[in-house]
Structure formats: structure tokens, C-alpha cells
Design a protein around this ligand. Structure first.
Ligand code: PLP
Length: 450
């Protein structure tokens, strides 16, 4: 992988092959200083592995950008894409297709409670963008409260509600966005439940002007932050007490990653609006979705749903979505993620016992984080928030790069390794990847002594 997307794993700045050079010259590397971009050509991907142009195989321990939930050999999805492309490759959103209607029905079935009507787009960013507009249209209010340690997307609305440092270059952003503290016992001065009561006070002080509170139920790229069990139910209560909606951004946590269908299912909470992408098609096609409860849906019977895209409900993308959800169901992958996730958690905990530079391990199911520290007794991060937008690499990047040299791709962000393998991974493959991270963590252990 490249430094692109800031999930750097390869610190090697060696020679690029012809394709990689062409790419570097003509294609922007995302979220990067272009001179640092080192694109790695991937020529094959199979099961939980992918292969570079030199023939090196890597275990994909982060499902690329935490999205290839089915791994790289999901035949049913591959066939559905080919079949739909040859049958009806595209029609305008005012038409429908069997696959679009059935995917809408399927999402109503697998999402919690009364969530029932979906707007389809092409990315997580667009799913969040739609959620913001829907919340504003429905409530007639403008403000959105989100949290500092969050990522919700790259376009102006979604980056404005994003808390992480990638927002800063795009400020001032859209008006009416307010940031709240996070449930992050290890790294915040506030206790998680104190941070929640702070949101209550924010809502109180903002008066009746907040349309929605938007959260990742389990924070993904900002460090795999799992709140206490009572956090999300109480957040919904707090939001509703102040006439605000609860939006759960399930773009990363959704579709089995946590061992449940959705992150909010871990806490038995039904949001008013939910956003999805990534695992929705196992990343086989770009597809985003924003689902709302029936009360919000009915609001738009008499009020214009003033939103859309040329590719809303693109037939090939929704065909992939339908086949992906059927695969989760037919192969019991959600239950499997729950089971094998316990094994993964146990192996990660063993790493923590062995390596003093592991400060904290967090996570559920196949959604886990290893946060590093320079000091065994207290949190002294190797990677700071500003490193996300500064040039150069950190010790955390070096840990990932060393694991990569040992055959495992593991993403990292700021100070945490992000472990999110395909739901199809086996125990042997987990062991192999854990061994590579074990080698990587020697780098951070050694850096503690410097
Ligand atoms: C929670 C969350 N929301 C939204 C997004 C944006 O999705 P996309 O990159 O598909 O636009 C991401 C991407 O990582 C995400 O993790």
C-alpha cells in the first residue's frame, strides 16, 4: 500500500515500476503530500491476500480501507456484477430495477427496528452528506453535533462534521457544525460518561436549534473507540430529549465488522438515520446508503426530497450490494465474525502482554485497535493528531511497515494499528498476521528506549 489515505504501511521509497511511475505522475495520491506518494501496484487478490507486481503476497489484515469484508474472492458478488452489467448496466434513478427494490427491502430487514427507506449514493461521504440534509429538512433545524475523534467523509458537509485533523485544511466548512468530546477513557481528560453528559449540556445550551447528533457507534479510523454499554442508549435519550435526531454512521462499523450486523446493534440502539457504505458491497462496487425510520420517510411524502445523484441506485452497484448481503446471510458471516473475533481479541491481548509499547487494546468482533505508548505506565503517544496532516512518517508507520515486510498489511492511524480483517479469515491466517505484527511491535518497543 502507499502513503495514500494516510494508512501508510510501506516506508520503502525504492524504485517504482513503470505503472507505479505513470500513476504517480498522473494520479493524485489521496490525503498526501504528492512527493511522498509511493503507489504499489496490486496485480492479484485472492481470499484474504493480495499480491504486488513483484509477486509478494500480503495478508489483508485491514480489509484495505476496512471495507473488503468478504475478502477478495466473493464469487457470488462477482457474478452478480457481471450479470447486471450485461442485463441493464445503467438506468436513471427515476426508473427502478429488481436489484434496487430488493436491496431496499433487504436493508429494511437487516437494519434495526423501524429503519425502512433508503437513499442510495456511491460512497460513505455521500451517505453522510444525505443524512445531514435529511436531518435538516426533517427537523427544520440546522446544527449538527458530532465528535472530535471521528471521520465522516471528504466533501464539504461531511468533512465539516468530521472531527479528525483532515478537517482543518477545509475549514471554515459548512455553518452549524459543533464538536463534542469523545468516549475515550485512555486518551481524553474526560471519563466517557462525563463526555456524554457534556453533550447533554451542549444540547441544552444550544437551545432548540440542533437537528441531529451524529456519531460512529464504535469509532473506526480515529482509533477503534468502544464506548461503555450504557453510552449509546443514553445518547439517544439525550438527543431526543432535546428534539434532535440520532444519526449512526455505520460506514466502517457496519456489516458484520463488530460481530453484529451494525455497530449500534452491539448496544441495542435503533438510530433515526443510519449511514452505510464499505461493507455494503464488500467494496466490490462503490455504494453508499442512508436509511431512515418510517416517520422521517413519511415526512417526504408531502415535503420534497430535495436530493439526488445521476448514479443514485446504480444497478450494478446495488446488484453487488444485494449479493453481498445474501453472502453474509448464506455463509453466516456475521456470527462467524463474532466467534472468530474472540480468538482475534485473545491473540491481540497476548501481544499486549509481550510488548511494553502496547498501551491499550480495544475492540469487538473483527474490529480491533492496538494503541501504542512510549511509556508502560502512562499514555505517551508515538503518533500525534497533527502527524495525520504533517509530512513524514512516525514510529507507528514503521510498525506497520515492518509488519508489511513480514507479509501483513495492517493500517494505522495517528497512534493506533487498525485491525479489521475480512470476515472470512481463518485462525491460521490470524496467527500468521499476528506473528507479523509481533515483529513490527519490536520496533516500537525499541523506540521506547531511545
Ligand atoms: C465512519 C465513516 N464515515 C464515512 C466515511 C467516508 O466514506 P468514503 O470514504 O466511502 O467516502 C468513512 C471512511 O472511512 C468512515 O470511516
Amino acid at each position: 500500500m502507499s502513503k495514500q489515505d494516510s494508512f501508510e504501511t510501506d516506508s520503502d521509497t525504492g524504485d517504482l515500476n513503470e505503472i507505479e511511475q505513470l500513476d504517480k505522475e498522473h494520479v493524485f495520491g489521496t490525503w498526501s503530500y504528492q512527493k511522498e506518494v509511493q503507489p504499489t501496484q496490486v496485480v492479484d487478490a485472492d481470499g484474504v491476500r493480495f499480491t504486488d507486481a513483484d509477486g509478494n503476497d500480503f495478508i489483508d489484515f485491514s480489509s484495505q480501507l476496512m471495507c473488503s469484508n468478504l475478502g477478495h474472492s466473493a464469487e457470488k458478488v462477482e457474478e452478480a456484477i457481471a450479470e447486471q452489467a450485461s442485463k441493464v448496466g445503467y438506468v436513471a434513478p427515476s426508473y427502478t430495477t429488481e436489484v434496487r427494490a430488493k436491496l431496499g427491502q433487504k436493508l429494511a430487514e437487516v437494519t434495526p427496528g423501524d429503519l425502512s427507506k433508503t437513499f442510495f449514493s456511491t460512497s460513505g461521504t455521500e451517505a453522510v452528506e444525505a443524512a445531514i440534509k435529511i436531518a435538516r429538512f426533517y427537523t427544520g433545524k440546522q446544527k449538527i453535533i458530532s465528535r472530535y475523534r471521528s471521520y465522516h467523509g471528504a466533501t464539504y458537509g461531511s468533512i465539516s462534521v468530521t472531527g479528525d485533523p483532515r478537517r482543518l485544511e477545509s475549514e471554515p466548512g459548512i455553518p452549524g457544525t459543533i464538536k463534542a468530546p469523545d468516549p475515550y477513557a485512555y486518551g481524553s481528560t474526560l471519563d466517557p460518561m462525563e463526555s456524554l453528559e457534556y453533550i447533554d449540556e451542549m444540547l441544552e445550551l444550544e437551545g432548540n436549534t440542533v437537528a441531529a447528533v451524529l456519531v460512529e457507534p464504535i469509532v473506526g479510523s480515529n482509533g477503534i473507540l468502544v464506548p461503555p454499554d450504557e453510552y449509546l442508549p443514553r445518547l439517544k435519550e439525550i438527543a431526543h430529549d432535546h428534539g434532535a435526531l440520532l444519526i449512526c454512521d455505520e460506514v466502517m462499523a457496519g456489516f458484520g465488522r463488530t460481530g453484529e450486523w451494525f455497530g449500534c446493534d452491539v448496544f441495542d440502539v435503533e438510530p433515526d438515520i443510519m449511514t452505510m457504505a464499505k461493507g455494503l458491497t464488500g467494496a466490490y462496487q462503490p455504494l453508499g446508503a442512508t436509511i431512515v425510520n418510517s416517520e422521517i420517510a413519511e415526512h417526504f411524502d408531502e415535503n420534497m426530497f430535495c436530493h439526488g445523484h445521476t448514479y443514485a441506485g446504480h444497478p450494478v452497484a446495488v446488484a453487488a450490494g444485494l449479493a453481498t448481503i445474501e453472502t453474509y446471510q448464506e455463509e453466516n458471516l456475521i456470527e462467524r465474525a463474532n466467534e472468530i473475533g474472540k480468538y482475534l481479541g485473545a491473540q491481540i491481548d497476548k501481544l499486549a502482554e509481550k510488548h511494553p509499547s502496547v498501551g491499550e487494546t480495544r475492540g469487538v468482533g473483527l474490529f480491533r485497535g492496538i494503541e501504542l505508548t512510549k511509556h508502560s505506565e502512562k499514555r505517551v503517544p508515538f503518533g500525534e493528531r497533527e502527524d495525520k496532516i504533517n509530512p513524514g512518517s512516525t514510529v507507528v508507520d514503521e510498525v506497520s511497515a515492518t509488519a508489511y515486510e513480514s507479509g501483513t498489511y495492517v493500517a494505522n492511524m495517528i497512534n493506533t494499528l487498525i485491525i479489521a480483517p475480512p470476515l472470512t479469515i481463518t485462525k491460521d491466517e490470524i496467527d500468521e498476521a499476528i506473528n507479523a505484527i509481533d515483529v513490527g511491535l519490536d520496533v516500537s518497543d525499541n523506540a521506547m528506549k531511545q
